[in-house]
Design a protein around this ligand. Structure first.
Ligand code: ZN
Length: 49
């Protein structure tokens, strides 16, 4: 059970990535540190629905 989710930057809230997640392993919203080209640094990305 894998589905496509959006990860949105919590700093600028403009940039986002799409990623795949396993719903069974991550039933809740996921958070990941990723590089945001807008902020030019690594920020926390949260799952958006
Ligand atoms: Zn950002």
């Amino acid at each position: 059970m894998r589905e496509i989710v959006k990860l949105r930057c919590t700093k600028c809230e403009k940039h986002w990535y799409t990623t795949m997640k396993n719903k069974r392993l991550h039933p809740d919203r996921i958070e990941q540190k990723k590089y945001c080209p807008r902020d030019r640094e690594h920020t926390v990305f949260k799952e958006a629905r």
